[in-house]
Design a binder for this molecule. Sequence first.
Ligand code: DX5
Ligand code: ZN
Length: 227
Amino acid sequence: MNRTEILQRMRAARPIIAPSMLKCDFGNLAHEVERLTAAKAKVLHWDVMDGHFVPNLSYGPMVIEKVRPLTDMVFDAHLMISDPDHYLDEYLKAGCDVISFHLEAVPQPTALLRRIREAGRVAGLVLNPKTPLSDVAPFVGEIDLLLLMSVQAGFGGQSFIPASVERLRQARQMISDDTILSVDGGIGLKTIAACAQAGTDLFVVGSAIFDQSDYAVAVEELTRLAS
Ligand code: DX5
Ligand code: ZN
Protein backbone atom coordinates (compact mmCIF):
# COMPACT_ATOMS: atom_id res chain seq x y z
CA MET A 1 0.00 0.00 0.00
CA ASN A 2 1.16 3.56 -0.61
CA ARG A 3 0.58 6.53 1.70
CA THR A 4 -2.73 7.51 0.05
CA GLU A 5 -4.09 3.96 0.32
CA ILE A 6 -3.02 3.65 3.96
CA LEU A 7 -4.69 6.97 4.81
CA GLN A 8 -7.86 5.98 2.92
CA ARG A 9 -8.04 2.71 4.85
CA MET A 10 -7.49 4.45 8.18
CA ARG A 11 -10.02 7.21 7.52
CA ALA A 12 -12.59 4.64 6.40
CA ALA A 13 -12.03 2.65 9.61
CA ARG A 14 -12.77 5.56 11.99
CA PRO A 15 -13.33 5.35 14.94
CA ILE A 16 -10.20 3.17 14.98
CA ILE A 17 -9.50 0.99 18.01
CA ALA A 18 -5.80 0.16 17.72
CA PRO A 19 -4.61 -2.59 20.11
CA SER A 20 -1.21 -1.65 21.49
CA MET A 21 1.35 -4.48 21.32
CA LEU A 22 2.81 -3.96 24.75
CA LYS A 23 0.65 -5.97 27.14
CA CYS A 24 -0.06 -8.74 24.64
CA ASP A 25 1.11 -12.33 25.18
CA PHE A 26 4.51 -12.19 23.45
CA GLY A 27 4.90 -15.91 24.03
CA ASN A 28 2.04 -16.45 21.58
CA LEU A 29 2.38 -13.50 19.23
CA ALA A 30 0.99 -15.17 16.09
CA HIS A 31 -2.04 -16.35 18.03
CA GLU A 32 -2.55 -12.89 19.52
CA VAL A 33 -2.59 -11.41 16.00
CA GLU A 34 -5.15 -14.02 14.93
CA ARG A 35 -7.33 -13.12 17.92
CA LEU A 36 -7.07 -9.41 17.16
CA THR A 37 -7.92 -10.04 13.50
CA ALA A 38 -10.97 -12.04 14.60
CA ALA A 39 -11.85 -9.13 16.90
CA LYS A 40 -11.94 -6.99 13.74
CA ALA A 41 -9.04 -4.73 14.73
CA LYS A 42 -7.93 -2.84 11.61
CA VAL A 43 -4.79 -1.16 12.98
CA LEU A 44 -2.06 -2.67 15.16
CA HIS A 45 -0.13 -0.20 17.36
CA TRP A 46 3.52 -1.13 17.96
CA ASP A 47 4.95 0.48 21.11
CA VAL A 48 8.68 0.57 20.33
CA MET A 49 10.78 1.55 23.36
CA ASP A 50 14.60 1.86 23.44
CA GLY A 51 15.22 2.04 27.20
CA HIS A 52 16.75 5.48 26.65
CA PHE A 53 14.09 7.92 25.44
CA VAL A 54 11.76 6.08 27.85
CA PRO A 55 12.87 4.03 30.89
CA ASN A 56 11.52 0.82 29.38
CA LEU A 57 12.65 -1.55 26.62
CA SER A 58 10.15 -3.37 24.40
CA TYR A 59 11.16 -4.61 20.92
CA GLY A 60 12.61 -3.44 17.61
CA PRO A 61 12.00 -3.85 13.88
CA MET A 62 12.93 -7.57 13.85
CA VAL A 63 9.78 -8.49 15.76
CA ILE A 64 7.53 -6.28 13.63
CA GLU A 65 9.09 -7.74 10.46
CA LYS A 66 8.26 -11.29 11.58
CA VAL A 67 4.63 -10.41 12.25
CA ARG A 68 4.19 -8.43 9.03
CA PRO A 69 3.35 -11.43 6.78
CA LEU A 70 0.78 -12.74 9.28
CA THR A 71 -1.79 -9.99 8.79
CA ASP A 72 -2.83 -7.16 6.48
CA MET A 73 -3.73 -4.89 9.39
CA VAL A 74 -2.23 -1.39 9.20
CA PHE A 75 0.99 -1.33 11.26
CA ASP A 76 1.13 1.87 13.32
CA ALA A 77 4.62 2.22 14.83
CA HIS A 78 4.97 4.52 17.86
CA LEU A 79 8.72 5.08 18.15
CA MET A 80 9.56 5.96 21.74
CA ILE A 81 13.25 6.10 20.82
CA SER A 82 15.94 8.81 20.97
CA ASP A 83 17.18 8.73 17.40
CA PRO A 84 14.33 7.75 15.05
CA ASP A 85 16.14 9.21 12.02
CA HIS A 86 18.99 6.74 12.48
CA TYR A 87 16.66 3.73 12.56
CA LEU A 88 13.93 4.83 10.13
CA ASP A 89 14.99 2.55 7.25
CA GLU A 90 14.70 -0.51 9.50
CA TYR A 91 11.08 0.32 10.35
CA LEU A 92 10.29 0.99 6.71
CA LYS A 93 11.84 -2.38 5.78
CA ALA A 94 9.92 -4.10 8.59
CA GLY A 95 6.69 -3.03 6.88
CA CYS A 96 5.40 -0.26 9.16
CA ASP A 97 2.63 1.70 7.42
CA VAL A 98 2.50 4.56 9.91
CA ILE A 99 5.65 5.85 11.59
CA SER A 100 5.20 8.28 14.48
CA PHE A 101 8.03 9.69 16.55
CA HIS A 102 8.25 12.05 19.51
CA LEU A 103 8.68 15.80 19.02
CA GLU A 104 10.64 15.74 22.31
CA ALA A 105 13.21 13.48 20.60
CA VAL A 106 13.35 15.48 17.34
CA PRO A 107 12.61 19.18 17.98
CA GLN A 108 13.12 19.94 14.26
CA PRO A 109 11.05 17.07 12.73
CA THR A 110 10.32 18.41 9.22
CA ALA A 111 13.08 16.54 7.37
CA LEU A 112 12.25 13.22 9.03
CA LEU A 113 8.50 13.67 8.47
CA ARG A 114 9.21 14.31 4.78
CA ARG A 115 11.47 11.25 4.57
CA ILE A 116 8.64 9.08 5.93
CA ARG A 117 6.14 10.52 3.45
CA GLU A 118 8.60 10.19 0.54
CA ALA A 119 8.93 6.53 1.48
CA GLY A 120 5.17 6.24 0.87
CA ARG A 121 4.18 5.90 4.52
CA VAL A 122 2.05 7.92 6.92
CA ALA A 123 4.06 10.40 9.02
CA GLY A 124 3.08 11.13 12.61
CA LEU A 125 4.26 13.26 15.51
CA VAL A 126 3.74 12.28 19.15
CA LEU A 127 3.53 14.66 22.13
CA ASN A 128 3.96 13.65 25.74
CA PRO A 129 1.37 15.14 28.13
CA LYS A 130 3.63 17.97 29.36
CA THR A 131 4.73 19.17 25.91
CA PRO A 132 2.81 22.34 24.95
CA LEU A 133 0.55 21.90 21.92
CA SER A 134 2.04 25.17 20.59
CA ASP A 135 5.29 23.25 20.00
CA VAL A 136 3.65 21.25 17.20
CA ALA A 137 1.95 24.24 15.53
CA PRO A 138 4.82 24.90 13.04
CA PHE A 139 4.62 21.31 11.78
CA VAL A 140 0.91 20.63 11.31
CA GLY A 141 1.33 20.94 7.53
CA GLU A 142 3.97 18.18 7.54
CA ILE A 143 2.01 15.48 9.42
CA ASP A 144 -0.65 12.95 8.47
CA LEU A 145 -1.24 11.95 12.11
CA LEU A 146 -0.91 13.61 15.52
CA LEU A 147 -0.74 11.35 18.59
CA LEU A 148 -1.33 12.94 21.99
CA MET A 149 -0.18 10.81 24.93
CA SER A 150 -2.76 10.67 27.71
CA VAL A 151 -0.14 9.09 29.98
CA GLN A 152 3.60 9.70 30.14
CA ALA A 153 5.12 7.48 27.43
CA GLY A 154 6.88 4.37 28.66
CA PHE A 155 4.47 1.97 30.32
CA GLY A 156 1.07 0.40 29.76
CA GLY A 157 -1.54 0.22 32.50
CA GLN A 158 -1.20 3.85 33.69
CA SER A 159 -4.14 6.11 34.62
CA PHE A 160 -5.62 8.42 32.00
CA ILE A 161 -4.67 12.10 32.51
CA PRO A 162 -8.05 13.95 32.45
CA ALA A 163 -6.57 17.17 31.01
CA SER A 164 -5.94 15.15 27.82
CA VAL A 165 -9.56 15.67 26.71
CA GLU A 166 -9.15 19.45 26.47
CA ARG A 167 -5.80 18.99 24.73
CA LEU A 168 -7.45 16.72 22.16
CA ARG A 169 -10.17 19.34 21.57
CA GLN A 170 -7.54 22.06 21.04
CA ALA A 171 -5.42 19.81 18.82
CA ARG A 172 -8.48 19.06 16.67
CA GLN A 173 -8.78 22.78 15.95
CA MET A 174 -5.09 23.03 15.01
CA ILE A 175 -4.99 20.26 12.40
CA SER A 176 -6.89 19.60 9.18
CA ASP A 177 -9.94 17.31 9.20
CA ASP A 178 -7.89 14.85 7.11
CA THR A 179 -5.14 14.62 9.72
CA ILE A 180 -5.69 11.63 11.99
CA LEU A 181 -5.88 12.55 15.67
CA SER A 182 -4.78 9.72 17.97
CA VAL A 183 -4.74 9.25 21.73
CA ASP A 184 -2.71 6.70 23.68
CA GLY A 185 -2.68 5.75 27.32
CA GLY A 186 -5.38 4.74 29.79
CA ILE A 187 -8.04 4.50 27.08
CA GLY A 188 -10.93 2.29 28.21
CA LEU A 189 -14.68 2.10 28.72
CA LYS A 190 -14.64 5.09 31.10
CA THR A 191 -12.39 7.41 29.08
CA ILE A 192 -12.94 6.71 25.37
CA ALA A 193 -16.25 8.57 24.87
CA ALA A 194 -14.88 11.93 26.08
CA CYS A 195 -11.88 11.54 23.75
CA ALA A 196 -14.19 10.72 20.84
CA GLN A 197 -16.35 13.77 21.55
CA ALA A 198 -13.16 15.88 21.50
CA GLY A 199 -12.59 14.79 17.88
CA THR A 200 -10.22 11.83 18.23
CA ASP A 201 -10.06 9.37 15.30
CA LEU A 202 -7.70 6.65 16.58
CA PHE A 203 -7.68 5.17 20.08
CA VAL A 204 -4.64 3.18 21.17
CA VAL A 205 -5.74 0.58 23.70
CA GLY A 206 -3.60 -1.79 25.73
CA SER A 207 -4.98 -2.93 29.08
CA ALA A 208 -8.63 -2.41 28.19
CA ILE A 209 -8.24 -5.11 25.52
CA PHE A 210 -5.45 -7.41 26.73
CA ASP A 211 -6.74 -7.62 30.30
CA GLN A 212 -10.02 -8.96 28.89
CA SER A 213 -10.55 -12.63 28.04
CA ASP A 214 -12.61 -11.86 24.91
CA TYR A 215 -10.83 -9.35 22.66
CA ALA A 216 -13.79 -9.15 20.26
CA VAL A 217 -16.17 -8.04 23.01
CA ALA A 218 -13.63 -5.45 24.23
CA VAL A 219 -13.08 -4.01 20.73
CA GLU A 220 -16.82 -3.99 20.01
CA GLU A 221 -17.66 -2.21 23.31
CA LEU A 222 -14.91 0.37 22.78
CA THR A 223 -16.00 0.97 19.17
CA ARG A 224 -19.59 1.49 20.27
CA LEU A 225 -18.53 4.03 22.92
CA ALA A 226 -16.28 5.85 20.44
CA SER A 227 -19.00 6.11 17.77
C1 DX5 B 1 2.83 4.07 26.79
C2 DX5 B 1 2.19 3.09 25.85
C3 DX5 B 1 0.85 2.71 26.46
C4 DX5 B 1 0.11 1.68 25.71
C5 DX5 B 1 -1.34 1.70 26.10
O1 DX5 B 1 4.06 4.42 26.29
O2 DX5 B 1 2.03 3.68 24.60
O3 DX5 B 1 0.09 3.87 26.54
O4 DX5 B 1 0.19 1.94 24.37
O5 DX5 B 1 -1.42 1.10 27.33
P1 DX5 B 1 -2.76 1.20 28.20
O6 DX5 B 1 -3.94 1.19 27.24
O7 DX5 B 1 -2.71 -0.03 29.06
O8 DX5 B 1 -2.64 2.49 28.94
ZN1 ZN C 1 1.88 3.90 21.97
